[in-house]
Every structure is written in C-alpha cells, then in structure tokens.
Design a protein around this ligand. Sequence first.
Ligand code: GLA
Length: 387
Amino acid sequence: MPEDNDKRQFAEIFGGGGKLHVIRAPGRVNLIGEHTDYNDGFVFPMAIEPHVSLVCRARDDGKIRLASTAYPGAIVEFSIEQKITRGEPAWANYPKGAAAQLIAAGIPLTGMDALISNTLPVGSGLSSSAALEVGTARALLAIAGTDIDVQRLALLCQKAEHEYALVPSGIMDQTIVAGGKAGHAMLLDCRDLSKQFVPIDPADLRVVIANSMVEHKLVGGEYALRRRQCEEGVAFFRKSNPEIKALRDVTAAQVQAAKGRLADVVFRRCRHVVSENARTTEAAKQLVNREYEQVGELMVQSHNSLRDDYEVSVPELDFLVAEAMRVKGVYGARMTGGGFGGCIVALAQPRSVETLTSHLTATYSAKFAKRPEIFATTATDGARVIE
Ligand code: GLA
C-alpha cells in the first residue's frame, strides 16, 4: 500500500508504537454543472483516484500536531482545548478549520498526531482543499471512535472552508469528497442535497483530466464577485416574483426577457447559471441512457457558456478543450472547477485515451511552452478510513 511509506515516516517524526489509522480522502472532478452549487442548482461530480492521505494516532492530551510530506521538518501544533485560530502556514487552515467545526458542532474530540500526504495537484481545481478538510475530519472522528452523517460532515467542512480558508465556496466539493461512490457520478441537488448516483461504465467511457498547469486562485476576489453578481440577478427577478429565492428558480425565458433591463454582465452571469442547470440534469439523463454524444455536446456547451457568459476560463483551458475535441473518440470536454486555470475534463472512448494524451501533450507544449499533466481516472469512493 502506498501509505506504508507514510507510516514509516510517521514513526520517524512522531515516534513508534500505538494504533495507527489510515484515512484516504479523494479529490473530485465535476463532469458538468459549474458555478451552480451556490445558486441552489445542480452539479454532477465524481470522486477521483488522486487523494490526500492521513496516517494518524490518538494522543492522550488535547494537542493536534500535523506534519506534511510536502513540507518536511515542519510541525504545526494547536490545541482542541483552546480557540483554534487561522494563520500561517496557510495549508494548516484547512485541518484547523475541520477540527474547529467538529468541536463547534459539539462532537467530543481527542488530540492526535497526523502525517498528511497528497497525490492531488494543489491549486488545480481538483479539490485538494476539500480533501484535506474532509480527510482531517474523518481522521479526528476515527480517533475519537465516533461518526456522523456524511452530509453533515460535508456541511461542517464547507463551513471550515468559509471561516478558515475564507473562500465562500458552495457545497459541491465537500459533498462529493465525503460521499462519492465508486463507479458512479453524483447528480447533486444543491438545494435539498438529494443525490442520484449514475454509473459510468468503464467498458464504454474514460474520464480524462488534463491540467493546464496554470494555478487557479479561488482566494482571489473573482469567485466572490461571481457570487455577488448572481445575488444581484436574484434581487432583480425577485422584484417581480417574490417566490424566487435563487437563480435555480429562474427560467430561461425569464432571463431572456430581462435582457436590456439588467446590467449586461449580470444578465450573462444569470444566463450561464440558468442554462447550466438545465444542461446538468439533461447530461445526467443522457448518461443514464448511454447517449454519450449528447453528454459530450452538453459539456462543450457548458464550456462555451463558462468562457463567454461567466468569464471564468482562460486561453489555456479553451485551447485544451478545442484540441481535445479534435481527437476521434472524444465525446466532450470542458473546463472543470472554479476556473481561472486548473484542469479540463474530457469524456472519451477507452481506446482514444492514448491519442488524446499524446495530442494534448504535443499541441499544448508547443503553444504554451509547458507540459500539461494528463491522467485517466475511475470514479472512486468518498473519504474512507482504510485502516
Ligand atoms: C469551486 C467551489 C465549488 C463550486 C465550483 C464551481 O470548486 O469550491 O463550490 O462553486 O468552484 O462550480
């Protein structure tokens, strides 16, 4: 097991002996449904193979000590008996936030030592932060010998993201990282948090991720700005219809009728969210029906809408999508995650993966003088205690 090496390192850092737990929390890729979660809309993500792992052991005091294989030699220490405050190093705010939210929810914790390692590229839009939050929370629960409902865990971790990482994210990432199901994508209704799992048949499909190697920064103000623009849209539609609580409640016809009456940028943000919700439920339906061409077409429409109406793409992502679509056997491709860099996701026939990988590597390297990182992944389970 890859974690055996982590266990050896754990003993070197924290000393040997005692019962060790091993936790694995996956990253995620969103197949379609982008910037819809904070509008009470629909998303369609799956958990992926790259993951954050924690090797951990209970302490008999209230201290939490964290080491990371990414920062050898440094140990972050805080106490569950005192108010947990955010600060430096920045990566520790995710585990700190998870611990703080579990405590605030009244779950009794004990101290722990943990070594964190990560096979997910950081800052690439594959939810390394949600994996770290959910993984830490799972570790603390395992050590305390207790468990909570998976969706509650996700909601607490989302709160950690808001209050300790200061990113006003929606509920998609923590929900899929905590509650993913192997072999399936999750159609999540972000209003009532109901879920439909749709199988992804490995005989028919590969999910391929290509990292533009442009680091995305959600912490930057653009994400929060998009949220505000959506709220501005809601305020406008509510004036004539007080039943409207979120862009989820607005129809395509209502958006169209608002053209010229809403600021153009807000109009386009609303048009993206409303059309994306429709595309997402439709894509899930088409995937159930194995209508892969249709799913792919919806993915490309999603990308174009994110590029033109929501304005969260960058030329590197547009290029990767366009080049992916030139490869025979690729059904669809789009940027995935918050945007401004990060990855594209492509849905492809198994036999086209090799050509897709070599084509993207060659064309992208020639154009942008950097090598994209490309891998195919299956859908995995959400965060698990594996030992
Ligand atoms: C980030 C956020 C999610 C979601 C996506 C965009 O990943 O964490 O909540 O809003 O951006 O779909």
